[in-house]
Write a protein that binds this ligand. Structure first.
Ligand code: AFP
Length: 334
């Protein structure tokens, strides 16, 4: 039996492949891992500690902030603060980017994160996630202006997520394959549980909040109706699975194939999900595994963001499934 590889070893092995690496990137990854372990520990005891329920505040997204959302956000900010390697952190939970390192000092990276994805699952012991994405800054940039770190997904240095489910797993890519690590709570280490994951080119499951059907375009309704039709030759009808936690649904898609959709609505064409905290990092992972991330009209990785909290429709999953969805959703040229 081969000896287990810890995430720390894996990160250092990756660093050795880049002789010019300074170790800053590896340190950031290690900080994300530490934050993930601390949040996993909180979640394991959530029902026993006084940390459930709402803070009474509403975040920049207009959503009620849960105490665990706040705690997860503070945890990530604190780990980045402690070693002062990341220059700027930009969180779904914070209105403004947070400058960790003052402008006159160095710091090559910005980190985007969604500290706790799937907040409506907190009180019911259902899966939760955290999503991160690392971007390189220009050496001379102050790290304050949006234009310095608002880059298209194709320029991400790393992207990944932590899934707090029946076990805690971390999945990430640096553009060199997708690797999965499972937290061994006994030794407090994430250990490699799958490397170079490739996803099925087509699946049998779709994931969408179908309660929103009345708000969708006809094209979207037609596509979902197509998945629900019976056709043995194409493996339909597809099964529906939806957890309310994007990370959990996308992780299933990564392993089993199929697709996740959060489309735009007629009255809200931009949809719900955030480009920088959710769509772009998850697309990086899925595309490295052979899938596609799309809005239904254009590929997520090519979108030039205009604001940190920008929303986009999201259709993400197996290549053939997303390509078919695009043929339904793309506006027809008359
Ligand atoms: P919250 O973290 O605010 O609960 O949002 C979760 C999420 O961004 C994503 O994880 C889910 O797939 C999606 O929103 C659920 O949204 P609906 O409740 O509208 O289906």
């Amino acid at each position: 039996m081969s000896s287990p590889i810890s995430l720390t070893e894996h990160i250092l092995d990756q660093q050795r492949l880049h002789p010019d690496a300074t170790g800053e990137f590896s340190t950031i990854m290690t900080q994300i891992v530490l934050g993930g372990k601390m949040i996993a520990q909180d979640l394991r005891q959530a029902g026993l500690l006084d940390i459930l329920g709402s803070t009474g505040d509403v975040n920049i997204q207009g959503e009620e902030v849960q105490r665990l959302d706040q705690r997860a956000n503070d945890t990530f900010v604190q780990v980045f603060e402690s070693s002062k390697i990341v220059r700027t952190v930009i969180s779904e939970e914070m209105e403004e980017p947070y400058t960790v390192i003052p402008a006159e000092r160095t710091g090559k990276y910005a980190v985007f994160f969604d500290p706790l994805d799937g907040s409506s699952n907190i009180d019911v012991n259902a899966p939760l996630g955290a999503i991160f994405s690392i971007h390189r800054l220009l050496p001379s940039s102050s790290g304050k202006e949006n234009s310095l770190y608002l880059k298209p997904g194709v320029e991400q240095v790393a992207g990944g997520y932590i899934l707090f489910g029946t076990s805690t797993i971390l999945v990430y890519t640096c553009g060199d394959g997708v690797h999965q690590f499972t937290l061994n709570p006994g030794i407090g280490e994430f250990l490699l549980s799958a490397s170079n994951i490739t996803m099925p080119s087509r699946g049998k499951i779709y994931s969408v909040n179908e309660g929103n059907r009345q708000k969708w375009s006809n094209e979207m309704r037609n596509y979902i109706a197509h998945l629900q039709e019976s056709d043995v030759a194409t493996g339909r009808p597809y099964s529906l699975r939806y957890t309310g936690c994007l990370v959990a649904d996308v992780h299933r898609v990564l392993l089993k194939g199929g697709l996740y959709l959060y489309p735009g609505e007629v009255m809200k064409p931009e949809g719900k999900l955030r480009l920088m905290y959710e769509a772009a990092p998850l697309t990086f992972v899925i595309e490295q595994a052979g899938g596609i991330g799309s809005t239904g009209f254009e590929r997520i990785r090519n979108i030039q963001p205009k604001a940190p909290h920008q929303r986009v429709p999201l259709v993400i999953g197996s290549r053939e499934d997303v390509e078919l969805a695009e043929t339904f959703l793309k506006p027809k040229i008359e």
